[in-house]
Ligand binder design. Structure first.
Ligand SMILES: Cc1cc2nc3c(=O)[nH]c(=O)nc-3n(C[C@H](O)[C@H](O)[C@H](O)COP(=O)(O)OP(=O)(O)OC[C@H]3O[C@@H](n4cnc5c(N)ncnc54)[C@H](O)[C@@H]3O)c2cc1C
Length: 431
């Protein structure tokens, strides 16, 4: 298991005013008119030491750790839309590290340790709440498989407890454990250190801290080409001109195959819509996260009171970031069966994101055959939880041009060697 990671610079060395109860009170006196911009609206420079493509959580975290841990501050993040407008701002924010294989335990728990100090490190409240994640079994077979998984998780030093139906009822009083329901609650496993965080705040917190270290964050700037010469990357073509750089890190989730094709690389990725919805806000009724892999439903309650629900991926490949009717219908039916008290709730919003899934449901963190071109993708339906860990190890790969022990198993080579990390069972939703 990884040691507690080097979290980079503490506080904000570049001199941004610190957010605190005092700054809140001071700014209240001026009707909140004098808050400093969280990050500059940077113009692209002609040349950088590295360019990160994609202003989601993973890209921004990569930029932050490149600057904070590796001292690379002449770098830029280029984002075709707005920060966090991709999957980062569309996910259901479940964070956990209870995966099956050693390689997964290493990276997801590395991330979880970084989550535990993130608000302090970034001086930005990401509302990380360790309210526990409880995964439910609905059949004897699932229960047996779950027990095996829990043993594997514990062998990696990660917290995980098996609960019976009565213990689940005591932990989640609103759940229906009646054995006669269509998918009866036979048991489950709980990671108490798991929980949720505020997704936008993660993007904004990393952006603010990276900007403070000198990173240029450039929005509305789409990468349209990857210029190469003699097997090396020379820079990126963008809608705001060419940017020269010897290192390009692509962190564009559902669009990774599009970026890879610009360098004549074919990634083993399928991009599919994944949908979620929130209900109207209600008083607190659920203070943990519930996942059901068999019925493809996961649910938690946001701090605003909305019930947040997610489902399995759509059955077809697509780049359309939108919802459809059958998926919410399925997830609402499952939610109402498990939580009959929700049956009269109204849906408030519904959306989709494009998730990038590998054949083994594990990510790619890798060099490529083009010198200086790196990819971080394939997080599929479950990359939000990995955001800080992914950024941390990807920054290390870009800075040193070699993967560290955590990142090495996630190289593209595994699709040739066959050393796959099959996490379909732990991925939470079917692919
Ligand atoms: C509905 C839904 C629910 C989910 N629930 C969970 C969950 O509960 N827990 C969990 O761990 N994970 C979850 N995920 C997965 C998680 O959201 C993603 O794995 C993670 O957010 C990926 O982050 P990212 O920074 O890599 O990608 P993104 O946030 O998608 O960022 C990539 C960015 O790249 C930009 N981009 C694309 N092409 C270009 C280009 N050519 N030039 C410049 N910029 C470009 C995009 O605009 C985008 O902003 C969910 C995903 C969805 C869609």
């Amino acid at each position: 298991m990884a040691e507690t990671p080097d979290r980079g610079a503490r506080g904000l060395p570049g001199g941004k005013p610190k957010y605190s109860i005092f700054s809140l009170a001071r700014n209240a006196a001026s009707y909140h008119q004098d808050w400093q911009r969280a990050w500059r609206a940077a113009e692209p420079k002609a040349e950088y030491d590295a360019v990160i493509v994609g202003g989601g959580g993973h890209g921004l975290a990569t930029a932050y750790y490149l600057a904070a841990v590796h001292g690379m501050t002449n770098i830029a993040v280029v984002e075709k839309g707005w920060l966090g407008g991709g999957n980062t701002g569309r996910n259901t924010t479940i964070i956990r590290s209870n995966y099956m294989w050693d390689e997964s335990a290493a990276i997801y728990d590395h991330a979880l340790k970084l989550w535990e100090g993130m608000s302090q490190d970034l001086n930005f409240n990401v509302m990380f709440s360790q309210r526990g994640v409880l995964t439910i079994a609905h059949s004897e077979h699932e229960l047996r498989e779950m027990s095996r998984r829990v043993h594997a998780i514990r062998l990696n030093g990660i917290d995980s407890d098996v609960l019976g139906p009565e213990e689940i009822k005591a932990f989640v009083p609103t759940i229906n454990i009646d054995p006669s329901i269509r998918y009866p609650v036979m048991g489950g496993f709980l990671q108490r250190r798991g929980g949720t965080a505020r997704h936008d705040a993660v993007a904004w917190g990393y952006a603010r801290a990276a900007d403070d270290l000198g990173v240029d964050i450039i929005q509305n700037c789409e990468v349209t080409g990857l210029r190469r010469k003699a097997g090396r990357i020379e820079g990126v073509e963008t809608t705001r001109g060419f940017i020269k750089t010897p290192k390009v890190g692509c962190v564009v989730a559902g669009h990774c195959s599009v970026l890879a094709a610009m360098a004549d690389i074919r990634l083993p990725i399928a991009s599919r819509p994944l949908q979620a919805l929130v209900s109207e806000p209600i008083k607190p009724v659920l203070d943990t996260v519930i996942m059901s892999n068999a019925v493809h439903m996961y649910i938690s309650q946001s701090d605003k009171g909305e019930m947040v629900l997610g489902a399995g991926v759509d059955k077809y490949n697509s780049y359309a970031q939108r919802g459809s009717f059958p998926v919410p219908e399925h997830m609402i039916a499952a939610a109402v069966e498990l939580f009959p008290i929700l049956s009269r709730l109204r849906m408030l919003r519904h959306w989709g994101g494009i998730v990038d899934t590998c054949p083994d449901a594990s990510p790619i963190i890798s060099k490529t055959d083009v010198k200086g071109l790196y990819f971080n993708c394939g997080w599929g339906t479950g990359g939000f939880k990995a955001t800080p860990g992914s950024g941390h190890v990807f920054a290390d790969l870009i800075a040193n041009d070699r993967p560290n022990a955590i990142a090495a198993p996630y190289s593209l080579d595994r699709f040739q060697t066959g050393l796959l990390i099959d996490e379909h069972g732990a991925a939470g939703v079917a692919h």
